[in-house]
Each structure stands twice: as structure tokens, then as C-alpha cells.
Write a protein that binds this ligand. Structure first.
Ligand code: MN
Length: 203
């Protein structure tokens, strides 16, 4: 994974900001407590789960999205750090560009790091290094504990995303299918597609 000083280098290299409406990767900062899950209909539909750490968004692409069932383990592929401002991005990445497709803010809110090592609290950096992160999230759709557990290192690190056993766990809920809309605009991926089609017809 990119651990260089400017962790947004990879992000910036992959994108042409003249052509894509995505924010340029500049240092921005929150309180290191923001999480966002963006639903992204790129080549393959996936959910980008991002956690703010030191002013950047540590990111994982989760093909099936997060589950509220503690028995379900979801593959989460680590992707490049994204700028803090990406948390507000919803829109369409144009054809021919990296990640082309529709993006909506599927869920967002604050998170608390509850990662531990040998019973002691550890920082998010330490948890990332260790390959086991535990967070408590307060979103609109998702709440409570989630674990990220690394299963393979290397260029495309693989992790598993697992709901923690707590009061917010619910094996009967299936929010990725029952609540497909953006928490920002109320729009679905399909709404964005329709808008785009209409625009093309008008042009
Ligand atoms: Mn994505």
C-alpha cells in the first residue's frame, strides 16, 4: 500500500481533473472521525467504505456492500487514499475516465476508533498496520461496530468487513437492497443514469 508522505499522489495520478467532476487531491482536514460509504456503479458495482485518518480517507471497495448480519463476511479490497473532500462527492465520473460511472453517498456520519491490541486501545495507524481495525459508526443506515480484518497483504490488500455483535446487528435487515438511495440527495444510481440520458438527449 502507498505509505509515502503524500498519500494522495496515487489518487491524483489516476485522474484528469479537467474532465472529471471529482475533487482534486489536496490536504484537507476534519476531526479524524468522518466515515462515508459511496455506492459506485463503475465497471463493477461496489460500495467504497472510507474512514478519515490524518485528514485523508482510507478506502476499501466492498463489492457486495456492508451487511448488518454478524455471520456475513464481506470482501473489502483496499484502494488508494482519497482526499477528505471526497466525502461530499456525488455525481458522474465521465466515460473513458478512471472509475467512470455514477457515485452516490449511500451512508455517512461519524466514527469512533475502538481498535485494540492486547486489550489496549491503539491508534487507527497502528490498527491499519496490524491489519485489524474496529470502529463504531453512527450513520443514517448503519450503526454500531464493524471490524476490518486483513487477509492478504500486497498491492491489492484484501480485507474482510464484518458486523460486530452488538444491539445494532440485525440478520433480517438488508439495507443495500431495501435502502438504495443517497442520504444526501435521496437519489438512486438509476436516477443519476436517467438524468444523464435526458441531458444527452437535450445536447
Ligand atoms: Mn469506487
Amino acid at each position: 500500500m502507498n505509505t509515502s508522505k503524500n498519500s494522495l499522489e496515487t489518487y491524483n495520478k489516476k485522474r484528469d481533473f479537467e474532465k472529471s467532476p471529482e475533487p482534486k487531491g489536496e490536504e484537507g482536514k476534519g476531526k479524524d472521525n468522518v466515515f462515508v460509504i459511496q455506492k459506485h456503479d463503475a465497471t463493477n458495482l461496489h460500495y467504497d467504505f472510507r474512514l478519515e485518518v490524518n485528514g485523508v480517507l482510507k478506502s476499501w471497495a466492498v463489492p457486495k456492500g456492508p451487511s448488518t448480519d454478524t455471520k456475513v463476511k464481506r470482501l473489502a479490497i483496499r484502494t488508494e487514499d482519497h482526499p477528505f473532500s471526497y466525502k461530499d462527492f456525488e455525481g458522474i465520473i465521465p466515460e473513458g475516465h478512471y472509475g467512470a460511472g455514477e457515485v452516490i453517498i449511500w451512508d455517512c456520519g461519524e466514527y469512533e476508533n475502538i481498535s485494540q491490541k492486547d486489550g489496549e486501545a491503539i491508534s487507527m495507524e497502528e490498527a491499519l498496520e496490524k491489519g485489524h481495525i474496529s470502529v463504531n459508526i453512527k450513520g443514517e443506515k448503519l450503526q454500531g461496530g464493524y471490524h476490518f480484518v486483513r487477509t492478504s497483504k500486497g498491492k491489492n490488500e484484501q480485507w474482510l468487513l464484518i458486523k460486530a455483535k452488538d444491539d445494532q446487528a440485525d440478520g433480517r435487515r438488508n439495507p443495500t437492497s431495501t435502502e438504495p438511495q443517497s442520504v444526501l440527495s435521496g437519489k438512486t444510481i438509476e436516477d443519476l443514469k436517467k438524468e444523464e440520458k435526458r441531458k444527452k438527449v437535450e445536447e
